[in-house]
Design a protein around this ligand. Structure first.
Ligand SMILES: [Zn+2]
Length: 158
């Protein structure tokens, strides 16, 4: 998959959520807190993708317990970031990521760090989002100086 495919396959936040729900749960959504399948989707006028557990009474969405949890960055940008980092032939700095995805450098740095960690752990949470080629996965765990510290916000903007 290339970036254009990611754009066209996941045009909205709801599409991204639907894809993650399918990849994570299939047709059997499970509560991430207690493991119960006695769950129900919240009504349409609630925030997209919210679920209620009738067992432990927690509310959650498919992002709970994943690298996307609590993110304010649109999921499409995450998917694009994953695609970029998985398939990059050379290492991608967080400043490049910030540039391409229109994020602040600290946000891009955090995103890159999270994605690289998941790639290094070979987590299933990426499966089905993008296909990785072998070469880029094996180099994805190497750390560059750029990734040691988050860039300072506002650096060089005055
Ligand atoms: Zn539960």
């Amino acid at each position: 998959m290339d970036l254009v495919e990611v754009f066209s396959k996941f045009p909205t936040q709801a599409d991204c959520i639907a894809h993650l729900e399918d990849a994570r749960w299939g047709d059997k959504p499970i509560c991430p807190f207690c493991g119960s399948d006695r769950v129900a989707r919240k009504r349409e006028n609630q925030r997209v993708g919210r679920w209620n557990c009738h067992c432990c009474h927690n509310s959650y969405n498919v992002l709970t317990g994943t690298i996307f949890k609590g993110t304010k960055v649109p999921l499409q940008k995450w998917f694009l970031g994953i695609e970029i980092l998985l398939n990059a032939k050379k290492s991608v700095s967080s400043l490049q990521l910030a540039d391409v995805l229109d994020l602040t450098p600290p946000t891009a740095w955090r995103m890159g760090r999270q994605i690289r960690k998941v790639i290094a752990d070979n987590s299933v949470c990426l499966s089905g989002i993008v296909e990785a080629d072998e070469a880029s996965v094996t180099t994805a765990g190497t750390r560059k100086k750029d990734d040691e510290d988050p860039p300072r916000p506002g650096r060089g903007t005055r």
